[in-house]
Write a protein that binds this ligand. Sequence first.
Ligand SMILES: [Zn+2]
Length: 56
Amino acid sequence: MDRQIVFKCPQTGMNVQHRLAAAADQGTETHVSVPCPACTRLHLINRATGRLLGEK
Ligand SMILES: [Zn+2]
């Protein structure tokens, strides 16, 4: 099933909603590139936690 996550765009500080598509087990890959509508860049999101890479 898909998951709805919310992350804070580090470029604009805006909260961005994103739907993480359910995927088959992709082994050790834990981060996915998410196109950000706020700044149009890609952010790396941890699939397990929904947090940005590097975010405490
Ligand atoms: Zn962004």
